[in-house]
Design a protein around this ligand. Sequence first.
Ligand code: OAD
Length: 245
Amino acid sequence: MTEFSPGLIRILRAAQHIAVLTGAGVSAESGIPTFRDAQVGLWAQYRPEDLATPEAFERNPKLVWNWYAWRREIVSKVRPNPGHYALAEIQQHVAEFNLITQNVDGLHQLAGSTDVIELHGNIMRSKCSRENVVIEQWVEANETLPRCPRCGASLRPDVVWFGELLPPAAWETAAQVANSCDVFLSIGTSGLVEPAASLAHIALQHGAAVIEVNPTTTSLTSRATFALQGASGEILPHLVKAVWA
Ligand code: OAD
């Protein structure tokens, strides 16, 4: 059984507003490869700039579209893991709870979390590359790329690519939440991609307790109020039991 310090339990029990930022690590135990974990990471076989940038899509839309279709395939086959369910449970115990995710797999919603702030979009949605509006249905023409039924421009995944801005409303809310929460949980993220990585520091600056859950150390670990070393699918269910059971 994972032991937690009395101080950590006390802080979580007293918290009126908990904010959470998750990264690919929270979906690792569901079988979705993370981006930067060596050997199994998604980037192990590809270079990000060759796939997840507007230039890559411009240069080779078919390759990019197929890579996302492959990732959508993986996502459609996996299920939330105990870490996702534990976060959905914490939402029931706290007066104010905000879940911010960098993940595009939709697993938090599947596990029952609501009002999830998707900083990097959602891989299961596609949008018109010209009008930037989500397109629910389109005619599949197998040899060519799917086109927007409204204006004919090619469709693209509704995810944020390197060099693109985050959805303004999502970022606004996330920054506000980081700046007003009592406790900020950073779970399963290497903290290497901005501006998401600055949310934990915004929380620290305004005096929130910051708790990191990650099997390895990151640049946040030494600054976190508590650093819980381990897998989120193991740690989070135990944390829920220790604090709210
Ligand atoms: P990374 O792949 O950079 O980091 C995954 C983190 O999860 C690492 O720190 C691992 O140690 C940790 N981890 C692995 N297994 C875990 C587990 N079972 N439980 C908890 N943590 C675990 O993924 P992100 O930090 O999410 O952005 O990457 C951030 C962004 O970079 C992504 O959203 C994506 C990528 O470029 C865009 O595509 C715009």
